[in-house]
Ligand binder design. Structure first.
Ligand code: UD1
Ligand code: MG
Length: 462
């Protein structure tokens, strides 16, 4: 088997995206397009991967690190000129070179593998990956001679009306004989509608030398979709989502409405977990088995252990341990650590707080900057008052404690194990073991006061 090299073209600005973000860094299912390409390329274990960078070079390097080598294309003069920048690392080397664009995020390792194999089998000078497009607009068209052999590729802007009607398109993926590629790149000129050096022109140059050009046709264009604008970006997102959701379903996850469930590519989900409609799961979220992720939830970099129930809630950079539950309409913010079998009910917010096993925070509470032990009951409407406008303060609540409803805990407060706060208290001192803290005015009842109240004169209150 000869050496296998890959060149990824990622220097373009992506003008048609109309974005501050460089095109190849635009995310699809939570991962930059060029990262998708590199991830798939890595799977075929090439001898060398070289990424051509230019616009946003530093940002692309920061993202990909040492997963690839780099060639800098200072001026974006076209795809042939981009490949030429890899000459210092690849020129004159024996082997095959796969060229792929950084804006084709759906291409799979399987297709790359087939391209290498087919190219080798055919003993061709170049193999072009082509596909049938119902709407071929913006793609280069594949021109074949009378015998049906590929003779050249014509770009949208250079094509005649007759050529534009051709629906076989260039996907922008090629496998070249490496030596022939670099020998002929220098002969490409920029005499065309865009004044650019086109990589597909190497095909007609090789053809004129009598070399063998073959096309490897994909069954379906969708895998090779090239993202040049936001319309194509949304199509790529939809297709990627379908692929991701189907993979999870095959692995034993129930997705009730896959059309309306959005899961980033690196998310992990255990079997027998059910995902209800309108759920969005981002980043490096990990979900265990036997969980329910209910309607409208949003999870970002969350860790959800086995048997957890999340109903219509938002969880970001937080962990829910085995058998715990939350919702509806609650919010776990960064560094919330929810223990086993904990119950977080509705309209609660937890931030930078650890909540021990079996503790209950049932309704309308804010727990921020606190450590709660096990088996605690936090009543309705409890607020951890953690911020004085300048600094944040931390409170500790001992095991088996009881916090009555509508209490404020003005941090820092240490509440010992087995202690009690009476409802409606505003507590700002430590509470010893077995004590009850009560911090509210005593109730007075003014007998026969009703007649002195203005409302007693109104018809409505008679
Ligand atoms: C290209 C092909 C077209 C094909 C289509 C498939 C050419 C001339 N045309 O068109 O036949 O149908 O892909 O998606 O190749 N880039 C550089 N440096 C440059 C120019 C581009 O690195 O100077 C990179 C871009 O970042 C991008 C890739 O090359 O990742 C392709 O460039 P793009 O401008 O998207 O080419 P298309 O117009 O899509
Ligand atoms: Mg493109």
């Amino acid at each position: 088997m000869s050496n296998r090299y890959v060149i990824i073209l990622a220097a373009g600005m992506g003008t048609r995206m109309k974005s501050k973000l460089y095109k190849v860094l635009q995310p699809v299912a939570g991962k930059a397009m060029v990262d998708h390409v590199v991830t798939q390329v890595e799977k075929v274990k090439p001898d060398l991967i070289e990424t051509v960078i230019g616009n946003g070079a530093e940002k692309v390097k920061e993202l990909l690190g040492d997963r690839t080598k780099y060639a800098l294309q200072e001026e974006q003069l076209g795809t042939a000129h981009a490949v030429l920048q890899a000459e210092k690392d690849l020129g004159g080397k024996e082997g095959m070179t796969l060229v792929v664009s950084g804006d084709t995020p759906l291409l799979t390792a399987d297709t790359f593998q087939k391209m290498f194999d087919y190219h080798e089998e055919q003993n061709a000078a170049v193999t072009i990956l082509t596909a049938h497009a119902d709407d071929p607009f913006s793609y280069g068209r594949i021109i074949r001679d009378q015998k049906g052999n590929v003779s050249k590729v014509v770009e949208q802007k250079d094509a005649t009306d007759e050529e534009r009607a051709i629906q076989e398109v260039n996907t922008g993926v090629y496998c070249f004989d490496n030596e022939m590629l670099f020998e002929n790149l220098h002969s490409v000129n920029n005499d065309n509608a865009q004044g650019e050096y086109y990589l597909p022109d190497v095909v007609s140059i090789l053809k004129s030398q009598g070399e063998k050009i073959v096309a490897y046709q994909m069954d379906d264009l969708s895998e090779s979709i090239g993202v040049n604008d936001r319309v194509a970006l949304s199509q790529a997102e939809k297709l990627m989502q379908k692929r991701i959701n189907e993979a999870h379903m095959r692995d034993g996850v129930t997705i009730v409405d896959p059309e309306n469930t959005y899961i980033d590519v690196d998310v992990q989900i255990g079997n027998d977990t059910t995902i209800e409609p309108n759920v969005k799961i981002f980043g490096n979220t990990k979900i265990g088995s036997d969980c329910l992720i209910g309607l409208g939830s949003r999870l970002n970099n969350a860790t959800i252990e086995d048997g957890v129930t999340v109903i219509s809630s938002t969880i970001e950079d937080a962990i829910m341990r085995q058998g715990s539950n939350i919702g509806p309409n609650s919010h776990l913010r960064p560094k919330a650590d929810i223990g086993k079998e904990v119950h977080i009910g509705n309209f609660c917010e937890v931030k930078n707080a650890t909540i021990g096993d079996r503790t209950k925070v049932g309704h309308l509470s804010y727990v921020g900057d606190a450590t709660l032990g096990t088996d605690i009951n936090v009543g309705c409407g409890v607020v951890f008052v953690n911020y004085d406008g300048v600094k944040k303060f931390h409170s500790n609540i001992g095991d088996h404690s009881f916090i009555g409803s509508n209490s404020n805990i003005v941090a820092p407060v240490d509440m010992a194990d087995h202690s009690f706060i009476a409802a409606g208290s505003t507590v700002n001192k430590d509470i010893p073991k077995h004590a009850m803290a009560i911090a509210r005015p005593r109730q007075t009842n003014k007998e026969d006061y009703w007649d002195k109240l203005p409302l007693s004169k109104s018809e409505e209150w008679k």
